[in-house]
Design a protein around this ligand. Structure first.
Ligand SMILES: NC(=O)C1=CN([C@@H]2O[C@H](COP(=O)(O)OP(=O)(O)OC[C@H]3O[C@@H](n4cnc5c(N)ncnc54)[C@H](OP(=O)(O)O)[C@@H]3O)[C@@H](O)[C@H]2O)C=CC1
Ligand SMILES: CC(C)(CO)C(=O)C(=O)O
Length: 297
């Protein structure tokens, strides 16, 4: 049995893709477990279907726990359920950005804590409907020492979904690569209130991207010893912005829905890291503050 903590877009995608009867959502503390989570699932290809996922019952012991809350909710969500989990249940964190993963791994270093980086895309355009909007790849790797022995088991269980799953021993580096893309696209789309592709012609982007990429290059080199020039980072950011030109980024979507964004775990994380490492990050700081002003901080 696989437990899923966070019945949002990504949690429901795993709920729909994993074999029926093998998954259960984890209720919030005090929430009833008598009901189920019911929704329509629109797959990337093929007809819609109805999904019904039960809640994990007291005494059920999941073999794997997927955590699909937003980064800002993750530490408290895990804290709320961890005492009910067997000590050896792998806990796999799916958050974008960085910072939330380290908080969980540092608080429970003796537990098997893993992280995933995924390019699958899921959204809920209306209540009760989950859309698998884009197929991609999911990489899974260990954050704590204990987790090294759990990666193969976690990958094997997730492979039952039919999605593309890969082992990634250097998961932190993999998360950094996605962080770079999110840091170079998401805040601009939120501030400018535009689809991903439109940032490229905007004055705010053109005036700051060179300096932002210099900050990203220095931070990545200092934090995870990946050397990549600012120009190369800029090319990667612009390639993704072009490939996803019509998309509404997750950060713009959060602002439009008046939900808390993940800015503190993207550019905010980078600005904080810069302070710790003695690297100036004025553009990350400016983007963080401007997005914070837009959202419900
Ligand atoms: N959606 C996607 O395609 C992708 C998402 N990600 C990342 O995955 C994470 C989740 O994203 P997404 O699914 O889109 O976000 P959603 O907001 O759709 O889902 C998060 C869910 O977690 C629930 N939640 C919050 N706190 C708790 C708690 N304490 N106990 C149980 N449930 C809780 C929320 O409930 P409520 O709404 O009631 O607060 C919500 O249903 C993010 O970090 C995102 O960046 C990464 C790649 C792709
Ligand atoms: C790559 C990008 C920017 C695609 O929209 C994304 O990951 C997001 O919106 O969070």
């Amino acid at each position: 049995m696989i437990g899923i903590l966070g019945a949002g877009s990504l949690g429901r995608l795993w709920g729909a893709m994993l074999p029926n009867g093998c998954v259960a959502f984890v209720a919030r503390p005090g929430e009833t477990t008598d009901s189920s989570v019911d929704y329509r699932f629109r797959p990337f290809e093929g007809p819609e279907s109805s999904i019904q996922i039960p809640f994990l019952r007291t005494g059920d012991t999941p073999d794997l726990m997927l955590v699909t809350t937003k980064a800002g909710d993750t530490l408290s969500a895990v804290a709320g359920v961890i005492d009910q989990l067997p000590f050896d249940t792998p806990i796999l964190l799916f958050q974008n950005g960085l910072g939330s993963q380290q908080s969980v791994a540092e608080r429970w270093p003796e537990r098997p804590i893993l992280a995933a980086s995924t390019t699958e895309g899921a959204n809920r355009p209306e209540p009760g409907l989950l859309v698998h909007a884009g197929t991609g790849d999911t990489w899974v790797g260990p954050l704590t020492e204990q987790a090294r022995f759990s990666v193969d088991r976690a990958v094997a269980m997730l492979e039952d979904s039919g999605l593309a799953i890969h082992r990634e021993p250097a998961i932190l580096q993999r998360l950094w690569q996605k962080l770079i893309i999110n840091a170079g696209i998401n805040p601009y789309t939120a501030i400018l209130n535009c689809p991903n592709g439109d940032i490229l012609s905007a004055g705010l982007y053109q005036d700051t991207i060179e300096e932002l990429c210099r900050e990203l290059s220095e931070l990545m080199s200092a934090a995870v010893q990946i050397t990549e020039t600012p120009d190369s980072l800029r090319q990667r950011i612009e390639q993704v912005a072009q490939n996803t030109a019509g998309n509404t980024s997750s950060m713009r979507a959060d602002v439009l829905r008046k939900r808390q964004t993940e800015i503190d775990f993207i550019n905010g994380y980078l600005a904080k890291l810069g302070k710790e490492l003695g690297i100036d990050t004025p553009v990350n700081q400016m983007l963080t503050e401007r997005v914070q002003q837009l959202s419900s901080h």
